[in-house]
Design a protein around this ligand. Sequence first.
Ligand code: BGC
Length: 733
Amino acid sequence: MTEKKLAALLAEMSLEEKVMQLVQLPGSAYDDTANITGNELEPVDPRVKQLAGSTLGILSGKTAKRIQQEYMAAHPHHIPLLLMADVIHGYRTVFPCPLGLGATFDPEIVEQAASAQAEEAAADGIQVTFSPMADLVRDARWGRVMESTGEDKVLNGRMAAAMVRGYQGGGALKDEHTVASCVKHYAAYGAADGGRDYNNTELSEHTLREDYLPAYAEGIRAGARMIMSSFNSWNGIPVTGSAFLLKQILRSELGFDGVVISDWDAVGQLIPHGFAEDRKDAARKAFQAGVDIDMCTGAYADHLTELVRDGEIAEKEIDGAVMRVLRLKNDLGLFENPLRGFTDCTRNTTLEERRALARKAVAESLVLLKNEENLLPLRGKRIAFIGPYADSRELISTWAMAGEKEPVVSLMEGAAAAFAHTKTEIRISPGCTLLDNDTVVSFYQYHSDTWEEENERMLAEALKTASWADTVVLCLGEHPMQSGESTSRADLHLPKVQEQLLEAVAAVCPQVATLVFCGRPLALSSVAGRSKALMICWLPGTEGGNGILDVLTGKMPPMGRLPMSFPWTVGQEPLHYDCYATGRPKPAEGLGSFTTRYLDYPNEALYPFGFGLSYGDTVISDPVVSAVDLSEKGELTVTAILENRGDACAAHTVQLYLRDVSASRVRPVRELKDFRRLTLQPGEKRDVRFAVTESMLRFWRADGTFGSEPGKFQVWISLSSRQGNPAEFVLKG
Ligand code: BGC
């Protein structure tokens, strides 16, 4: 349809019909098997149901098709219903959770994964996904760090853009293999105070602009068609009611012209926030702030028409929002083909190809943190896989709702396949329960009356297995429902029962390689201390067992890097590498007195952002700059040499960091600017080169503008945010 025809359609619509395009109902309004329900709205007024412009959470193609057909037949203007869902890290084929995808430092595979997810979701009639989550995260207590790609704005920006490209197929939304992408949760949702979900945020404007906004902006630049306004408040104003964030920054500064949707019930939540008196006030404030679609509160459905009639909202403002929704439907090709998708389809890729991609993504996401005596890759002949994750299919997060457990490859299955036809024997033993008794997990409390007996029995059996083995792979971790929405934790340890299992097993067989499955950084110092090798496996998804075995057996070198700092203790949170030095920095050696430090713990992470080992034995030289001066329009090159002196293949993400030594506003001790993965065969030596230009040196200056300032800079090429020595150059005025 042309823009002119869309405008003509708009002109034919009544005010009520227009308002209803801005109303989103939960899938349960149309189908009682939908996985998302909206109790507040039920029972849904049949007229609203007939006219509401969109719904979410219908994960069955057959049902979606029926709903669309019935809806279209009855809609006065035959405007199709927009079907949205949370397709976050997989649909039927589940990829590693987003934090794991962040650990790949590989935007290319992340784009391919998003494209595969889009294909599967589109085949079930889904037209919009609520992904990527571009929230910057610095606090491991916040359960939703699992849904982020980490603590760094450059990494997050590249990953957000890669996901948008993957979902939207380069923007040709009419292609039935694609879905439109909704970047969320704008803005600064990840900065919740104390890591408690939905909490207020306290951030200065320069931190918001410099650190929190760039990844959303990258998603927008990549063409995302929708933005979700977040639950939290910033600067005392809930984002869903903030014209400064939704109009001034998002529309005027970032140039976003797509649809803004509120997060679930975020319009209604303006009331408990203390920002709106009642639902009518909430509808008015959210709409005036710039929210086009109200996700599931019904406040727009009940009050927007009346607000226009009262003269509080101009009808032309409603028209603007409705046109944005209609344009999206049109760009998705829905007017010509309301049954877009819905094919059992031979699609772009086969299921086998998507599984192979998921397996590769798992292998790339694993982060090896310790490998004493080169315990890995596994060489033993009697290998015991012990622990609650040794034979578990619970390898997918709460945000892969369409992902089924049945096709998940457990570690045991991965190991059985990897060691078939070899002389290596494997044994499996669960060792303990996944949780301590009476632990609260998401919205329920785990309790078992027989917990103690069960654990005694499992421990005894595990110790027998450990004494048989020459190597133990200990498979520990968080419960998948301990991370995700509303899963904040004030303790970042593994369950006690798992730490006790490790201690007991290591006493019997000290050759322990510990795998940790988690959706957030955990405090792992005692686990690391008792393990010869330690590897983070995240929530790896459908191909978990295979991808992990590929790395454990040395078929693939470990190549993941930490996308978030792992702390010594929860008291260090929020924790991130790109902090400020302060006026009394702790000296590099010793404690110093009256310096910025803790008495009882280091300032730095146990394992910092960007860290991860590989096989082989790689050394990197200090960086060398091609010139000591950089002009405003010029470019300089920074080079380092990477050499694998070991006898195994190694894969490393080489990272470029910068520091502005003095500026009108204090600058972080280091900031990631670029990164690149290199694979080195034994004995191989390679030059790594990065370009540095003036645009990389810009920041939110003291005068409230973005730009660089002449002066001295330090530059590192290193294998983590903490390693290496800097070179220097000067930006000329
Ligand atoms: C979450 C969003 C999600 C939405 C729809 C909300 O509770 O915060 O991330 O997209 O629900 O399911």
